[in-house]
Ligand binder design. Structure first.
Ligand code: MG
Length: 476
């Protein structure tokens, strides 16, 4: 199916969708949340990229706020997305790693998602793109608070064209709400998805312009395999990865132009971020972590620190920059406060960062510490203020390894990590281990880690937590 045919099919399917008509609730902003897949800290012009042209995102930053120290909960897809939508660490809501087509797990229906929270306030809620929180019909976005959905249920490389394990995966479906729109996504279809998802966002905004709305745009790019539409192939002269980023940037431009055209600029908070750092084993098909160490699948900064830009003219000071450590878990409580919505009826870990967004001079750093779990419940690292402490574990690296090329990955080698303390303000690249020089700091951070271990456990210490909630399991 050609990209144009794909867009036509998706638009025809829309005819069947009708959200509940609800009057505008107590004024909160519209929210557009754009969450990319595997986009690195160094992949945007406004974060230092010299190869990826991102004029729309650069303008969005110039008109809003850019966070320099913004974190995901986990350096991998499903776990990261569960935290984004629940405001809780992924370890708390029981979603680890990246779910695949054989999994029965998904986000538990007892969790309250950002979409559910806003729908209860009268918002129209829609999503396009990668879900990755359970692909069985009852686990899809329309059963977690979204009125409508178009997208891939899991990663775009979990398909029969996988470069290493083509026999491991069934055909990749494209889903509309909870039914299959295209049963076997082809490379041609993939090349049209970035535009199709952006078009859906634009169409949704137009259709819901008279009421409050929340749209979650989750491009499946720049996760490998990389696809750009014919209009963007070769456009940048810097290779396919840069072409893909240019098309994502154009998607952002479409959304921003639509908001402006409809007179919704001042009523809409737009947030842009990424689910984890670059997948470095893919070499020329991977992004860049910029000055940060390592990438996806590690708790070094390159895996967990991501770009974050927020724009809301009249509320967020134009061209501002924040350096306080904040995280995707903060988005739910922040938006909840703006929409006058009650928080979920269970513990979450995020904080309202509205004061940071608004440039309040009295704004305090929202977190005493941020905790980074990875693997089978390992508390691998934490950040508190300027300090980052890694606990002994095994990470992975491509340093010294033959790199991937043309969509085929290289092979990581294990990287032993000891008790390592870094001063991120002086050493953003985590190069000088100061643990021996600052035993007092190590002790303080260890105490913070122990408090979190009591809640969420730590398999590095064979410790169980008392506050871990189970993932959902499909019954069908
Ligand atoms: Mg990802």
């Amino acid at each position: 199916m050609q990209p144009s045919t794909l867009r036509a099919a998706a638009l025809i399917a829309l005819v069947a969708i009708a959200g509940p008509a609800t009057a505008r609730a107590a004024e909160g902003p519209n929210v557009v949340l754009i969450y990319c897949d595997d986009l690195g800290y160094g992949d945007l012009g406004c974060y230092g990229s010299k190869t990826c042209p991102t004029p729309n995102l650069d303008r969005m930053a110039a008109e809003g706020v850019r966070f320099t120290d913004f974190y995901v909960s986990s350096p991998v897809c499903s776990a990261s997305r569960s935290a984004l939508l629940t405001g809780a660490y992924h370890e708390r809501v029981g979603i680890r790693g990246a779910l695949g087509p054989k999994d029965r797990k998904g986000l538990n229906h007892s969790e309250t998602t950002l979409a559910e929270l806003l729908r209860a306030r009268g918002y129209a809620t829609g999503m396009a793109g990668k879900w990755h929180l359970g692909h069985r019909p009852s686990q899809l976005p329309i059963h977690h608070g979204f009125d409508e959905y178009l997208g891939l249920p899991y990663s775009n490389d979990m398909w029969p064209h996988h470069p290493d394990s083509p026999k491991s995966f069934p055909p990749l479906p494209l889903i509309e709400c909870d039914r299959v729109l295209i049963a076997d996504v082809t490379p041609e279809v993939q090349s049209g998805l970035t535009a199709a998802f952006a078009d859906r966002a634009v169409e949704f905004i137009r259709r819901n312009q008279a009421r409050p709305f929340f749209f979650y745009l989750a491009p499946d790019m720049p996760h490998v395999p990389l696809f750009a539409s014919p209009a963007f192939e070769g456009r940048t002269g810097h290779g396919r990865y840069a072409d893909v980023i240019a098309e994502i940037d154009a998607s952002v431009g479409k959304v921003l132009a639509t908001l402006k055209e409809l007179g919704l600029d001042d009523k809409t908070l737009v947030i842009f971020s990424s689910d984890n750092g670059p997948w470095l084993s893919y070499g020329d098909h991977a992004g860049s972590a910029g000055p940060l160490r390592e990438g996806k699948g590690t708790c070094f900064e390159g895996g967990i620190r991501v770009p974050m830009i927020a724009r809301w003219p009249g509320q967020i000071p134009a061209g501002s920059t924040r350096h306080e450590p904040a995280a995707t878990i903060d988005i739910l409580p922040t938006v909840a406060a703006l929409a006058h919505a009650p928080l979920p009826d269970r513990p979450i870990d995020g904080r309202d960062i509205g004061p940071l967004l608004r440039g309040d001079p009295h704004a305090q750093p929202p977190h005493d510490a941020l905790f980074f779990y990875y693997g089978d419940g390992q508390l691998q690292a934490l950040r508190s203020g300027r300090w980052k402490l890694h606990f002994p574990h095994t990470a992975r690296t491509m340093i010294g390894q033959p790199t991937g090329h043309g969509g085929r990955p290289g092979k990581y080698k294990p990287l032993p990590v000891g008790l390592e303390l870094y001063d991120l303000e002086a050493d953003i690249g985590e190069t000088r281990n100061l643990a021996a020089d600052h035993p007092d700091v190590v002790r303080k951070l260890e105490a913070k880690a122990d408090a979190m271990r009591a809640q969420l456990g730590d398999s590095l210490k064979h410790q169980a937590g008392n506050a871990v909630r189970p993932a959902g399991v499909a019954q069908e």
